[in-house]
Design a protein around this ligand. Structure first.
Ligand SMILES: CC(C)(COP(=O)(O)OP(=O)(O)OC[C@H]1O[C@@H](n2cnc3c(N)ncnc32)[C@H](O)[C@@H]1OP(=O)(O)O)[C@@H](O)C(=O)NCCC(=O)NCCS
Length: 177
């Protein structure tokens, strides 16, 4: 029988953290490494909610830090599974910074993580598919497939000659990041 799919909502995860002095650099801004750790934890929860088993980080796409997050701000991390492949999943994570005095939020960054589900034997194990529930989720599902090709190309797991219309494809990736 076919594996019943899951929706994005099944893996939706929200995590909040308060930026304390020990999380900051000499300028009083949140250290990038601390943020990456929180992002990894949040993404792992999404992956495990989807897969129903322990999952490991296989790769992280480029993360850019556009706007500093300050001490005493609240970091709100939101993640979900965009698409599941055989044993791996693409997790999208968005990071917002909330000013505790005004309550205003701003987008700090976003990233895509790839997690792999691990079986009891310590080897990658199949995960259920994602069933997109809206046009937006379908678009994210499609884009996840394109990003996966780029990742596997970078990891040396796919040859450039395996990607049809590579130039057009690179343009699509640039437009969707
Ligand atoms: C990730 C890991 C499980 C892959 O193991 P592997 O023996 O290469 O297994 P496979 O070749 O069967 O690949 C498993 C899946 O990982 C995906 N994958 C592997 N490397 C990848 C990469 N760099 N980027 C994206 N996906 C990757 C494969 O495409 C495959 O996905 P699919 O089944 O959906 O098609 C293994 O490399 C590992 O355990 N890495 C360490 C993970 C870890 O400890 N993370 C924390 C960092 S300290």
């Amino acid at each position: 029988m076919a594996d019943p799919g899951k929706t994005r909502a099944d893996s939706h995860t929200i995590m909040s953290e308060l930026v304390l002095p020990n999380d900051t650099n000499g300028l009083g801004n949140l250290m990038g490494g601390r943020l990456l750790h929180w992002m990894d934890v949040c993404a792992a929860i999404s992956a495990q909610r989807h897969a129903g088993t322990v999952c490991v980080t296989a790769s992280v796409d480029t993360v850019e830090f556009h706007s500093p997050i300050l001490q005493s701000e609240i970091v709100i991390l939101t993640s979900w599974v965009n698409r599941a492949f055989r044993t791996s999943m693409e997790i999208e994570i968005q990071v917002e910074a909330e000013n505790p005095r005004t309550g205003t939020c701003r987008i700090a960054n976003k990233a895509f993580y790839t997690f792999v589900a691990m079986g009891a034997d310590g080897k990658p194990t199949p995960v259920p598919p994602i069933e997109p529930a809206s046009e937006e989720e379908q678009a994210a599902w499609d884009e996840a497939g394109r990003r996966r090709q780029f990742r596997l190309l970078n990891a040396g797991r796919l040859d450039a000659s395996d990607i049809e219309n590579l130039q057009e494809y690179l343009g699509t990736i640039k437009g969707s990041s």
